[in-house]
Design a binder for this molecule. Structure first.
Ligand SMILES: Nc1ncnc2c1ncn2[C@@H]1O[C@H](COP(=O)(O)OP(=O)(O)OP(=O)(O)O)[C@@H](O)[C@H]1O
Ligand SMILES: [Mg+2]
Length: 248
C-alpha cells in the first residue's frame, strides 16, 4: 500500500469558503465581495478580472490578510488567514507571500539593490540579503541597473524591481494587483514574459488581478468578478477566442 499523501500537499494553495466583505458607507452597505467560493491549486496561475469596483483588490487583500472578511473562511497555504493575529499574519506574509502592486513605491533615496535589501531587513542580514537581491535582479534582467535609483529606471524596470522585491525570501504565493496597470503594451508584454519565467523557475502559485485580456491570457484560469461575485469559473484556452469573454 502506498503511503498516504501528506495533507498539506493535498490542500489547495488558497481556499475561500463563503467569503463576504461588506463596508458600511453612510446608511448603505457595500458588498465588496459576496459569498465567494474559490480554490486555487498549488502551482496554478489565476487571473482575476472584472470592472472597477468589482472586488479584485478586496479579494487579494483578504488572501494576504491585509483585510478581514465579514463572513466566511480563508485558508492560504494551510494558514487560517481570517482567524490569525496581526503579528502572525505579518510573519506569514514575510515568509510565504510576495506582493506586487500597480505602483511599486520604491524608496527614491535608495538604489534598486538597496530597495530589495531594505524591504527584507527585519528578516535577514544585510550581507546575505544583498547576495539574494543581486541574484534576483540579475535573473530579472536588471544586472546592469543594480545601483540605479528609481528615478533613473523606466516604468517597466521599476516594476521588475518591484517583482524582484516580492520574490525576496522565496515566497510560494505571488499576489499581483494590476501589476501592468501603468505600463504600455510592449512593456506589459515584457513583464509578462518575466513573470512566466519566474513562475517556472520559482515554483510559484500566482493570483493576478488585471483589466487587460492580454495579461489575463498569461494565466491557466480566469475568474471574472462582477459586483463582488464570481461570474462563473472557466478555463482559459490560450489559443481560444478571448474576445468572446467580457473582460475589461
Ligand atoms: N475601505 C473601503 N470602504 C468602503 N468601501 C470600500 C472600501 N474598499 C473598497 N470599497 C468598495 O468595495 C468595492 C470593491 O472595491 P475594490 O477596490 O475591491 O474593487 P477593484 O475591482 O479592485 O476595482 P479597481 O479595478 O478600480 O481597482 C467598491 O465598491 C469599493 O468602493
Ligand atoms: Mg483594485
Amino acid at each position: 500500500m502506498s503511503a498516504p499523501q501528506s495533507l498539506p500537499e493535498r490542500l489547495p494553495a488558497i481556499a475561500l469558503d463563503g467569503v463576504s466583505r461588506t463596508y458600511a458607507s453612510g446608511t448603505d452597505v457595500v458588498h465588496a465581495l459576496a459569498e465567494v467560493d474559490l480554490y486555487v491549486a498549488r502551482g496554478e496561475a489565476l487571473a482575476v478580472t472584472g470592472p472597477s469596483g468589482s472586488g479584485k483588490t478586496t479579494l487579494l487583500n483578504l488572501v494576504s490578510g491585509l483585510d478581514r472578511p465579514t463572513d466566511g473562511t480563508i485558508n492560504v497555504l494551510g494558514t487560517h488567514v481570517d482567524g490569525a493575529a496581526e503579528r502572525e499574519l505579518a510573519e506569514f506574509r514575510a515568509h510565504h507571500l510576495g506582493l506586487v502592486f500597480q505602483d511599486p513605491h520604491l524608496l527614491s533615496g535608495l538604489t534598486a539593490l538597496e530597495n530589495l535589501v531594505a524591504a527584507r531587513l527585519p528578516w535577514g542580514r544585510w550581507r546575505e540579503l544583498q547576495v539574494e537581491a543581486r541574484a534576483l535582479l540579475v535573473e530579472l534582467g536588471l544586472g546592469d541597473r543594480l545601483d540605479a535609483p528609481p528615478s533613473r529606471l523606466s516604468g517597466g524596470e521599476r516594476q521588475r524591481v518591484g517583482l524582484a522585491r516580492a520574490l525576496m525570501g522565496s515566497p510560494e504565493l505571488l499576489l499581483a494587483d494590476e501589476p501592468t496597470g501603468n505600463l504600455d503594451a510592449a512593456t506589459t508584454e515584457g513583464l509578462i514574459a518575466v513573470l512566466e519565467a519566474v513562475r517556472r523557475d520559482h515554483d510559484l502559485t500566482i493570483v493576478l488581478a488585471t483589466h487587460d485580456p492580454a495579461v489575463a491570457a498569461f494565466a491557466d484560469r480566469v475568474v471574472h468578478l462582477a459586483g463582488g461575485r464570481i461570474d462563473g469559473e472557466q478555463r482559459l484556452d490560450r489559443a481560444g477566442p478571448l474576445e468572446t469573454r467580457a473582460l475589461e
